[in-house]
Unconditional design. Structure first.
Length: 286
């Protein structure tokens, strides 16, 4: 862990991972955490949900909090302006390159789908057989509400020619996941991360939450030392590393804790709220 003191900082932007971080294990935003986020917004501190989820999979109870203007989706492939619905920053895989990658993925016993145009797109052969890939029930539910079922992803790609924000994979066997990770991690133009015990997430090589966070900082004229970030997973590494104040969750990956400025409580103990209160001088209702 990096050395830091816990004195109040001039934080103007806070990037927050969702699953395993801001949300409890039951995918709940607790009243106190919401109160802390609203206090930040009222004091001019930007709150930025920064997730591996596609835009359509980000809960409305977060995006509808008054004052939240931007979200980072698909591990940093898109920064979406919620007021206009437009991307203010994108960092995607070309559709032609994605088609080439499908040939590699087909070698493994894996579920895969893509995020493009702000939505998830999933072939019926995967969508209708989620149980075959050991996907937890709450993740299955998220897939069903955030993906559009289609017959053939390759045909869809050729018709729409849409840049791919992320390719998401789930594996029934850890052995297959490790083999795929080893192969994909050797490909120079890819960034391969994971956020769950049985998944892999493929983005363009320079795409990550840290890159998106720093680029939004530039757009908003906020320096890196005024940026705070909280996360728990492998796909949060660059965000925690590059933020002025990087916060790892107690339930997070050990690799994050090694580079973090601060280790907060777990996501089920409102660790995000605790960290924000440690570093930001908030006026909360008593």
């Amino acid at each position: 862990m990096k050395n830091t003191n816990n004195e109040k900082k001039d934080i103007r932007l806070i990037g927050l991972d969702l699953d395993g971080t801001t949300l409890t294990s039951d995918k709940v935003l607790t009243p106190h955490t919401k109160e802390v986020l609203e206090a930040c917004l009222k004091q001019g501190i930007q709150i930025l949900p920064a997730t591996g989820r596609v835009r359509s999979g980000i809960p409305a109870y977060l995006t509808e909090i008054e004052g939240i203007r931007y979200v980072v989706a698909s591990n940093g492939a898109a920064i979406v302006d919620l007021q206009t619905g437009e991307n203010v920053y994108s960092n995607c895989i070309s559709w032609e390159r994605a088609l080439e990658l499908f040939d590699i993925l087909e070698k493994y016993q894996t579920f895969y789908d893509i995020y493009a145009l702000g939505k998830g797109w999933c072939e019926a052969r995967f969508y209708d057989h989620l149980d075959q890939f050991n996907i937890e029930p709450h993740i299955q539910q998220l897939i069903r509400v955030s993906r559009t079922k289609i017959d053939n992803l390759r045909i869809w790609m050729r018709e729409h020619k849409a840049p791919v924000e992320k390719i998401n994979m789930f594996f029934a066997k850890e052995e297959d996941r490790q083999k795929a990770f080893s192969e994909l991690n050797q490909i120079p133009d890819l960034s391969v991360t994971f956020s769950l015990v049985n998944n892999l997430e493929i983005n363009y090589s320079t795409c990550n939450k840290g890159d998106a966070l720093m680029n939004l900082g530039k757009i908003l004229h906020i320096s890196f030392d005024q940026i705070m970030a909280c996360g728990d997973g492998n796909n949060d590494y660059e965000m925690i590393k590059r933020a002025g104040v990087g916060v790892a969750m107690e339930n997070g990956e050990e690799s994050l804790k090694e580079i973090a400025d601060f280790i907060t409580k777990s996501n089920d103990e409102e660790g995000v709220a605790y960290a924000i209160e440690e570093f930001c001088d908030l006026q909360l209702k008593k």
